[in-house]
Design a protein around this ligand. Structure first.
Ligand code: SF4
Ligand code: SF4
Length: 128
């Protein structure tokens, strides 16, 4: 598995924000006072919009970039993609990328892996 040297440059992408439930909050890392919080069986989350998604997604990326939760800052779709496809043959990988429900995330990851291999240097953290 490739370790990505640079932080991911989301550059306005919101694929993972739109395909996953509103983010979990971790009191040891996040100041819960900064968010509209809902407590679930799994712990606190940002209170979702009517579709269960994060309400802070905008057309140009994360609307709270300077205070996005810890879990969003940790997420790097490139390493997630590489973990999920490790050991797959090329045809298996293609099928997976095309048919998986997270296909937009894999497309975003692949574009950024190509950029990293080409020497690109992302400057922002994950999740929008
Ligand atoms: S990165 Fe921003 S928009 Fe995306 S899930 Fe996290 S808080 Fe919401
Ligand atoms: S982590 Fe990847 S999928 Fe998520 S917003 Fe950034 S580039 Fe897109």
């Amino acid at each position: 598995m490739t370790q990505m040297a640079s932080p991911i440059d989301c550059a306005g992408c919101t694929a993972c924000c739109l395909l996953t439930p509103s983010p979990r909050l971790y009191p040891e890392h996040d100041d819960l006072g900064l968010y509209d919080v809902v407590i679930t069986d799994a712990g606190p989350r940002i209170a979702p919009d009517g579709t269960g998604k994060c309400p802070h997604v905008t057309a140009t990326g994360c609307g709270i970039h300077d205070r996005k939760p810890w879990s969003c800052r940790q997420f790097d779709c490139r390493t997630y993609y590489e973990r999920k496809t490790e050991g797959m043959s090329r045809p298996e990988r293609r099928r997976f990328e095309k048919n998986d429900r997270f296909s937009p995330i894999w497309a975003a990851a692949k574009a950024r892996i190509r950029d990293a291999h080409a020497g690109g240097s992302g400057v922002t953290t994950g999740g929008g």
